[in-house]
Design a binder for this molecule. Structure first.
Ligand code: AHN
Ligand code: ZN
Length: 335
């Protein structure tokens, strides 16, 4: 069992290394909506407030780009710790150092907020909170960092709003929720230095759990979940290693009326924090704005460019993602 799991991983690693992240020549397959998956009777979830999520994003952006070792990064990390506490979470901070592909020593923090910490059935939710040090796809100024409103801040903003709902909702979901803000995701080598140059925070966590014997039934990673007209295709590693979660989440999103966003098209594979969450034992899907059928290809036009600022953020996209995730929590998926 262990061996076949290892060889499956090795195969995907090779596929990932061959194709990289931004690969363009890929086959796309269309799968039909899965109507077989049984989700428990949909219980009433609280209403996700997209404007509140929007404000949490604007607040992060107001610190400036959250590039590791910068004062904005330090200040925003302090804010996130404080905010999660204020929203009633049990907060743990993992402070550590990692070496970047270009030889820098980075001071990083993973920030983890837990709700219903004693409950055995758990859901892991995650986003990265750091900003890429360079808008390296930008035509005019590729050496300075972007605002990272979508790439970084959007997922965190949605998860803070989820935390606010868990803190204030009348009905307590019958499940524990852990919110992971991973650091150092976006410091990767653009020139093929390897997949392990990305996702430094989740790699650290996979090797050093914040809690002995930590486990979750499944995980959901949010990455670039705020752009106008975002498309969330079904990412290959998610489909391979967390198929039930993927099917259930897409089904709920489509039931809620968000079929424009949660599309039944395959993409990837993408090396993102969910890969390392899976290595840490939590089968995790990636909700990621990446549409292989778009004429612009792959990531959105704002990706790693200065146009990734508040003007790309659309409350309707935040609502589609946030309402889906809170509904998943209150549906207590049997996956
Ligand atoms: C790579 O490009 C290797 N991974 C994409 C993950 C990512 C970057 N998410 C946001 N920025
Ligand atoms: Zn990025």
């Amino acid at each position: 069992m262990k061996n076949s799991w290892t060889s499956i991983w090795a195969t995907w690693l090779v596929v990932g290394l061959l194709y990289g992240c931004d690969f363009k020549k890929k086959e796309t397959t269309v799968t039909e909506p899965d109507t077989q998956v049984a989700t428990k009777e949909v219980s009433t979830a609280p209403t996700f407030n997209a404007d509140s999520a929007y404000q949490y994003i604007a607040k992060q952006v107001s610190f400036g780009p959250r590039v590791p070792n910068s004062t904005a990064h330090r200040a925003c990390g302090d804010y996130l710790i404080q905010k999660l506490k204020e929203l009633g979470a049990d907060v743990k901070v993992q402070e550590f150092e990692a070496t970047s592909f270009d030889g820098k020593r980075l001071k990083l923090r993973n920030i983890i907020g837990s709700y219903n910490p004693k409950v055995a059935n758990r859901i892991a939710l995650a986003s990265h909170w750091d900003t890429r040090p360079w808008a390296d796809k930008d035509d005019t100024n590729p050496t300075t960092p972007p605002d990272g409103a979508n790439d970084g801040a959007s997922g965190v903003g949605v998860l803070l709003e989820i935390g606010r709902l868990l803190h204030t909702a009348q009905a307590n979901p019958n499940v524990g929720v852990d919110i992971f803000f991973f650091d150092g995701e976006d410091y990767g080598d653009p020139d093929g230095g390897g997949e392990n140059t990305w996702c430094l925070g989740s790699q650290h966590w996979a090797q050093n759990k914040h809690q002995a014997n930590y486990g979750a039934n499944f995980g959901i990673l949010l990455d670039m979940v705020g752009a106008k007209n975002a498309k969330f295709a079904q990412e290959v590693y998610s489909k391979q290693f967390a198929p039930q979660t993927l099917n259930s989440v897409w089904k709920i999103a489509n039931q809620l009326g968000y079929s424009d966003y949660f599309i039944y098209t395959e993409n990837g594979p993408i090396t993102d924090d969910h890969v390392f969450m899976m290595q840490g034992g939590v089968p995790t899907i990636d909700i990621l704005d990446y549409d292989p059928t778009s004429p612009d290809g792959t990531f959105g036009k704002y990706h790693h460019r200065h146009s990734d600022n508040m003007s790309v953020i659309d409350r309707r996209t935040l609502k589609a993602v946030g309402q889906t995730v809170i509904q998943v929590i209150y549906s207590q998926l049997a996956v």
